[in-house]
Design a protein around this ligand. Structure first.
Ligand code: ZN
Ligand code: ZN
Length: 320
């Protein structure tokens, strides 16, 4: 008996015939695409129609999530003083957005291929809580297992991307931003972005997962990715040891070969790459800015003049 059959009652295994439409596709078809967009001669189950719709929906969704969450975070969470940091680049925000918005449509192509297989019923996504013999508790289990699985995979993919033969071709663009803003969160080379997102897409092919939970986790993952770039270094005390937050990820951008993790510090501790965040040791980017202000080397006013002229920030970074 496969794990899937164990978790899903035999008589309610969703068949291709009525489970071939994913949630978002269903809603888009029902309310917009079938009545207003596609000709009636083009059936909802048509492969080409599904691929076109998935491409449009995926690109729109990615742009809305990235720009929406990025903007909210930039306006209300990101400390704009960070833009005075000597390693903050000229026009950085504009460059981050431009890079991400160029990459996201390319990333969407292989991503849509995976979504298409999900929609066609090859994944272990299910529609109703009752379909799982373990019911509601299984959703909680799925949540934890999804986070642990993707965290471990992303750690090793990320470390692989730092391999000296790979790094400069694919991962370097994300490390251009030494002091990232929330808009750096999705600013990856397309292959880098796709590989780091791959564990999220592989999970529902390996393990049963409720469709609504999958969608919620997908949104959560985007929020988290923005949040580790938002310059808000606070993490509740007891969680500082366990959770990989903006404080940890800032050191990844600054010191390059530490804190590769996504949600947890677990794999960095196992893999020997954990570094206690410099922010928590009073030596983070904001401390550096305060020092430079006190020394009169940067202005304390709100304007963010060209800060590229400062050679030494006091936070040594490892350039590769
Ligand atoms: Zn990296
Ligand atoms: Zn980053």
């Amino acid at each position: 008996m496969s794990a899937w059959n164990y978790f899903v009652q035999e008589d309610t295994v969703p068949l291709y015939a009525y489970s071939d439409m994913d949630l978002v596709l269903n809603v888009a078809d029902q309310y917009v695409l079938t009545p207003y967009v596609y000709p009636s001669s083009w059936p909802e189950e048509g492969a080409l129609r599904q691929i076109i719709t998935l491409l449009v929906v995926t690109n729109l969704g990615a742009a809305v999530l990235y720009l929406g969450l990025g903007w909210l975070s930039y306006q209300f969470i990101f400390d704009h003083n960070l833009m005075k940091h000597p390693q903050f680049l000229k026009n950085q925000v504009r460059r981050e957005i431009k890079y991400a918005m160029t990459s996201l449509p390319i990333i969407s192509i292989p991503t849509v291929a995976l979504f298409f297989f999900e929609v066609r019923g090859y994944s272990k996504l299910y529609d109703n809580v009752e379909e799982s013999t373990m019911g509601w508790p299984f959703l909680l289990f799925s949540m934890i297992s999804f986070l642990l699985f993707t965290d471990g995979c992303i750690y090793w993919i990320h470390r692989f991307l730092h391999h000296k033969r790979i790094y400069k071709h694919f991962h370097k663009p994300h490390h251009v931003w030494k002091i990232p803003t929330p808009f750096a969160s999705h600013a990856f080379h397309p292959l880098d972005g796709f590989l780091q997102g791959l564990p999220y897409h592989i999970y529902p092919f390996l393990f049963p997962l409720h469709k609504v939970l999958y969608l919620a986790l997908y949104i959560f993952v985007n929020i988290w990715t923005v949040s580790i770039h938002d310059g808000d270094y606070r993490v509740p005390g007891p969680l500082q040891e366990v959770v990989n937050g903006a404080a940890h990820h800032t050191d990844h951008h600054l010191f390059f070969d530490v804190n590769y993790g996504q949600y947890f510090t677990l794999w960095d501790r196992i893999g020997g790459s954990y570094r206690n965040p410099s922010v928590l040791e009073g030596n983070g980017p904001l401390d550096c800015i305060r020092r430079l202000m006190a020394e009169g080397k940067i202005s304390s006013s709100e304007d963010n003049a060209d800060t590229n002229g400062y050679a030494n920030s006091g936070t040594k970074s490892k350039e590769q």
